[in-house]
Design a protein around this ligand. Structure first.
Ligand code: FES
Length: 148
């Protein structure tokens, strides 16, 4: 199997069977974001405990790239330190720019590397990541908040 076919399969698997899709009963932050180029929207909810992404969910509508990226992102950051989630976000952006990226850190997200060749689709792939960065910004950059 060609690498491109494998990547396509990973993307379609996340698109058709999205992980962590839905809503949290309890969330520290909820971010709604729209892709300005197509109007598609995503809502990301995050629950942070002891500096960890304790739980995360997303819902919304969008193309296969945007939904697969959101699904893969939630899978990659769940249970991770918020700092680590932000590191992943930086690496994902590097990959989208076609710059050097840490593929060990990105893992399955590498399946979206081909998007870098299609500037119009980069906004699709980064929609969920923009929401994640807004979550962090809205938390005031805090990474070590404990449960109360
Ligand atoms: Fe709307 Fe991709 S076309 S998110």
């Amino acid at each position: 199997m060609q690498l491109d076919d494998l990547y396509r399969q990973v993307i379609m698997d996340h698109y058709t069977r999205p992980r962590n899709q839905g809503q949290l009963d309890e969330a520290d932050l909820t971010i709604d974001l729209k892709n300005p180029t197509c109007g598609d929207e995503i809502t990301l909810q995050v629950l942070v405990r002891d500096g960890l992404v304790d739980d995360v969910r997303f819902h919304g509508s969008g193309c296969s790239i945007s939904m697969a990226s959101a699904s893969m992102m939630t899978e990659a950051i769940k249970g991770q330190l918020v700092e680590r989630a932000m590191e992943l976000s930086r690496e994902f952006r590097n990959m989208m720019k076609g710059a050097e990226a840490d593929y060990d850190c990105l893992g399955e997200l590498e399946a979206l590397s081909g998007v870098a060749k299609f500037p119009a689709r980069i906004k699709c792939a980064t929609l969920a990541w923009n929401a994640l960065e807004r979550v962090q910004a809205d938390r005031g950059g805090k990474v070590d908040e404990s449960s109360s």
